[in-house]
Ligand binder design. Structure first.
Ligand code: ADP
Length: 258
């Protein structure tokens, strides 16, 4: 029963950090997040800056310690077995984290070796429409190309789940649309995708379900349509009903900057 089988199960997940202005005290940056994400979903995590989205992803990726609660991906306990989890997930790195002197093709081979896999760099580059850049260095790519390349890198281990942290921030409209198409294609091929975004249009058009986070907690969860009907059914400016941006503002009270 694809589509209704949970692949990510998160229960009461929490992370505390020192307070910025008083390092002796801590606050919960992620404060009891529970979510169940199904196999084959594109699931969006929305929220204002500082809501705890990135920290949540980092804990799921095994890149940040879990202070409370638990998370399982494909049945693997993230805290008990972070190495095994890394075999089934793809994590998008930022382009400035690459080695300077290697070409895209060489970088993909290198990343494949890290996972003990013989990758076909040209196939990966083709899947993100970058074959013509095979011999280029990451620094020479445009913003959209860099994002697509970072997704190719995240795919070297053929992950079941792909995590994308604000994948389209800073991209121009065309590059953004190209990336959306790529995310849809990957999802059509069976990959579960979890992404964070500030962009309501992105969440509404890409995600089957979303969670809205604020102050470390999930304040609402559901399909974009359900959330709109529940939280923004009739804003005065629209004849029928509001959009996801109205839901976000109604729930968090924060203005958007994107
Ligand atoms: P978001 O991704 O929603 O913008 P983050 O998860 O990056 O939010 O941050 C959540 C909160 O945790 C913010 O208040 C942020 O300042 C704080 N924070 C994030 N990383 C650290 C860190 N390494 N040390 C201390 N505080 C942090």
């Amino acid at each position: 029963m694809d589509g209704v089988t949970p692949i990510i199960e998160i229960t009461d997940l929490a992370k505390q950090y020192p307070l910025p202005d008083n390092k002796n005290e801590t606050f919960w940056a992620v404060d009891g997040v529970s979510l169940s994400i199904n196999r084959g979903e594109i699931f969006g995590i929305l929220g204002p800056n500082g809501a705890g989205k990135t920290t949540t992803l980092e804990m799921l990726e095994g890149l940040n310690d879990i202070d409370r609660g638990e998370a399982r991906i494909a049945g693997i306990d993230v805290r008990d077995d972070p190495f095994k989890v890394k075999q089934v997930i793809g994590v998008q790195l930022q382009a400035n984290e690459y080695f300077d002197n290697l070409s895209l093709r060489e970088l993909l081979v290198l990343f494949g070796r890290l996972y003990d896999r013989d990758v076909s760099p040209m196939d990966l580059l083709e899947s993100v429409q970058l074959t013509d850049k095979a011999n280029a260095k990451p620094e020479s790519l445009s913003g959209g190309q860099k994002q697509r390349f970072s997704i190719a890198c995240a795919m070297v281990n053929e992950p079941k789940v792909l995590f994308l942290d604000e994948p389209t921030t800073g991209l121009d409209p065309q590059a953004k649309r190209n990336l959306w198409d790529l995310v849809r294609e990957l999802n059509d091929s069976g990959m579960t995708i979890v992404l964070t975004t500030h962009n309501m249009e992105e969440a509404e058009s890409l995600c089957g379900r979303i969670a809205i986070m604020d102050h470390g907690k999930v304040v609402a969860e559901g399909t974009p349509q359900d959330l709109i009907m529940q939280h923004a059914p009739e804003p005065p400016a629209a004849p029928l009903h509001g959009n996801l941006e109205d839901v976000f503002l109604a729930l968090t009270g924060h203005a958007l900057r994107d």
